[in-house]
Design a protein around this ligand. Structure first.
Ligand SMILES: Cc1cc2nc3c(=O)[nH]c(=O)nc-3n(C[C@H](O)[C@H](O)[C@H](O)COP(=O)(O)OP(=O)(O)OC[C@H]3O[C@@H](n4cnc5c(N)ncnc54)[C@H](O)[C@@H]3O)c2cc1C
Length: 377
């Protein structure tokens, strides 16, 4: 006989693990299906650290969601008995980012200081920014640990009675009128509700209207500092800096003992995630090393690690969170566009709300799929 659940979550990565946890915590019988391992390095949620911040240059309406995300991460780390959230402060600069952060701080009355590159170098000597560069320092910034967050959400869900089946790929699903039927490469399941959190695979797995989500290859580098004492989480805030029109972000040494750097870049290989090469190359490293040599010269030593990861941009680079346009029993959490991890905790709560009640108390109007009205018509 076909196993039936209250809800099935497709994709147990950052968002799916959180949705699973919130559904299970509400006493629902829930199944998580993951095609790879829990966690794994082929999606968007690996590499030890992800920036978290309150001020949001991309759109001020993310701030209330970020506040709730911090609260839920703190709850989760207490429940898990391990630190998942590290506060280092954040340095953000470059005209678009600087203006957006200040606007967001003003809209939501957030603690911040407007500094310049010289002052940043005095306080945090790992940094060697142009002396006159205007930047904002926001003390609440820091990082969360993606792999450990996924494991903590899954452990919490399992403790509340959830079932997780990894190495089981969802091949197709249908809305049957009184729920959903999901076919995997092993068997068939049924449920009242479906939560689709397939990350970079969402375009096909969630059957979204054309052009809603694509996978884009990204590279990360960890470089050995010549003065490691300057690159600890206690002495180096995380950063978002758009310099010479290129957006770089970075972290102090954590797990891997090196300065970690990435470039927010949507021009890389993109499309079907299964066709994107994951092995990093020397070409991936070069721009990251050039940036370190210029702005973090004590952190530009030999390479310690290189990894690739997938961004999953939506057309406007804002999230897609909604009831599925063609299937009332399904909800979608996708298109997290390279800045979603910090929100997994609150997105899990929102997806559970939408799946169980069809609505949420959180203001997600700016993230609804329905904003792409023409594409959906
Ligand atoms: C290099 C890099 C740096 C980033 N930096 C930051 C940052 O500093 N701060 C921040 O907030 N965000 C950051 N992000 C973005 C953030 O990590 C992502 O937005 C977030 O992890 C997306 O989570 P997800 O659950 O949508 O995807 P994933 O975690 O990839 O989960 C999707 C899951 O679905 C599974 N799946 C897919 N198809 C199927 C199927 N058919 N059957 C079963 N399972 C399936 C996949 O295997 C995967 O496990 C970064 C992303 C990258 C790549």
């Amino acid at each position: 006989m076909t196993e039936r659940y209250d809800a099935i979550v497709v994709g147990v990565g950052g968002m799916g693990s959180a949705a699973l946890y919130h559904l299970a915590r509400r006493g629902k019988r829930v199944l998580g299906l993951e095609r790879f391992d829990v966690p794994h390095e082929l999606g968007s949620s690996h590499g030890y650290t992800r920036i978290i911040r309150l001020a949001y240059f991309e759109h001020s309406d993310y701030v209330p969601l970020a506040r709730r995300a911090y609260e839920l991460w703190r709850e989760l780390q207490t429940e898990a008995g391990e630190q998942l959230l590290h506060i280092t402060g954040i340095v953000e600069g470059g005209t678009r980012i600087y203006d957006g952060v200040l606007r967001s701080c003003a809209d939501h009355d957030l603690a911040h200081e407007a500094l310049d590159g010289r002052e940043v170098g005095r306080r945090f000597p790992a940094y060697r920014l142009p002396p006159e560069l205007p930047v904002v320092f926001q003390p609440d910034g820091g990082f969360v640990l993606p792999e450990r967050c996924i494991v903590s959400h899954v452990s919490g869900a399992l403790a509340h009675g959830a079932t997780v089946r990894a190495r089981e790929r969802v091949l197709e699903w249908e809305d049957t009128g009184n729920g959903v039927r999901v076919r995997t490469d092993r068997t068939i399941f049924e449920a009242d509700r479906l939560v689709l959190t397939a990350g970079a695979w969402s375009q096909s797995v969630a059957r979204l209207p054309p052009g809603m989500v694509r996978g884009v290859r990204q590279a990360l580098a960890w470089l050995q500092p010549s003065r490691p004492e300057l690159f600890t989480p206690e002495r180096m805030p995380v950063f978002n800096l758009e310099l010479d029109d290129v957006h770089f972000y970075g972290f102090p040494a954590f797990v891997v003992p090196g300065l970690k750097l990435g470039r927010y870049d949507l021009s890389g290989d993109s499309g079907d995630p299964d066709a994107i090469a994951r092995e990093p190359t020397l070409e991936d490293e070069l721009p990251l090393r050039a940036f370190a040599e210029r702005y973090f010269p004590d952190g530009a030593g030999p390479t310690l690690a290189l990894k690739t990861c997938l961004f999953e941009p939506s057309p406007d680079e804002h999230f897609l969170i909604d009831v599925h346009p063609d299937a009332p029993s399904a909800v979608v959490g996708a298109g997290f566009s390279g800045h979603g991890f910090k929100f997994c905790s609150v997105v899990g709560e929102i997806l559970a709300d939408l799946a169980l009640d069809g609505e949420t108390r959180h203001d997600i109007r700016f993230l609804r799929l329905s904003r792409f009205h023409d594409e959906l018509a």
